[in-house]
Design a protein around this ligand. Sequence first.
Ligand code: GDP
Ligand code: IMO
Ligand code: MG
Length: 431
Amino acid sequence: MANVVVVGAQWGDEGKGKIVDWLSERADVIARFQGGHNAGHTLVIDGKVYKLHALPSGVVRGGKLSVIGNGVVLDPWHLMNEIKTVREQGVDISPETLMIAENTPLILPIHGELDRAREEAASKGTKIGTTGRGIGPCYEDKVGRRAIRVADLADKATLEARVDRALQHHDPLRKGLGIEAVDRDGLVAQLKDIAKEILPFAAPVWKVLNEKRKSGKRILFEGAQGALLDIDFGTYPFVTSSNVIAGQAATGVGIGPNSIDFVLGIVKAYTTRVGEGPFPTELEDADGQRLGERGHEFGTTTGRKRRCGWFDAALLRQTCATSGVSGIALTKLDVLDGFETLKICVGYELDGERLDYLPFAADQQTRCTPIYEEIPGWSESTEGARSWADLPANAIKYVRRVEELIDCPVALVSTSPEREDTILVTDPFAD
Ligand code: GDP
Ligand code: IMO
Ligand code: MG
């Protein structure tokens, strides 16, 4: 198959970065299609750790074209710092290997300030627990038709007009929140400075990708976050501000949906969530603590402790459906080593009735209690397993039961953070 979309199928941090890096060997182009530097993707290659936020996870491999699509919101100052950091780690990044869509909206310092001020002002129960990176406010400006986009950096008059338009909205908003008015000339000067560094990477990405597609090149579309953080299908309002599900891959770079051949859902063998919001299978006991410790569940972007819980097959059926997942990569199986018994949520009980999905109504979401199926664990280590033969029988049974319950086949299994500790079942790029 020519083109593969990778999406998170839970609340993010499923191990997308590791899998995209692994798969990128088979791809020619790796394109990010939504989100921003709220994402945190950790890659481990021969013991060397790379932490990526805005850059596509294919950059480390070299010899590939990395693309930041228009569906992304881009903080240009952050990006240049991230490029500097990975260059210092020996990664080659140049306008030949990285392209940024000209129609990508820019995250400005005012977006981060607004994001953080709103979170600080929010009362208990209304805080989202955002990453504070300005993601929501920037997407608001995009939809409100007052964003500054990469192409606007090239022309002084356009840039100044765009800044004035944005500030017409932001200054009154800031006043209401008790933040000082924006130094307009200072912001324009900052943007003119960063323009020199960003513009060499700007390109008509939709055109480049359509040409690549026509000439038979393989494109790997890289999603950030996870389907349960999707602005439409996630646990609203405790979500991010973009569409995360696979359909976004097409609009987020400018290709047709008929160019997508395989959707790979990345799925952690248990569940985690960082930030506020409902989480039916959350564990606040020793099992939850054990998952967090064994899985090193601390956010790559904010360092926050991730909430942990059992695998939720009901939610997975939902996210596999909304993204049209063709196969999953099941990650962090090794974290489950040593549990005597494992639990999988197969549905919910709500007011005495059984549900096989999580409804959207907030009050119902909090009242849904999980119905669990118990599965025997395994005492052997799966860490570093690279083939089925390396897995204990009960671990294989767990994987097979997950497949059955979510009605979707496993294409890959991951057994450690290391790139090569991966079991290939079905190659998403195979014809
Ligand atoms: P992403 O946001 O989906 O890319 O995921 P993160 O990188 O934020 O979080 C996943 C974490 O788990 C990272 O620290 C990875 O190095 C690590 N990881 C990925 N796959 C595995 C695995 O199979 N086993 C273990 N133990 N860790 C893994
Ligand atoms: P990756 O790509 C996990 C969460 C935040 C918060 C909500 C809104 O590493 O999987 P935002 O800053 O986007 O407005 O925050 O979304 N969130 C993530 N959680 N992984 C991520 O990315 C996330 N990106 C945002 O914690 O609950
Ligand atoms: Mg992450």
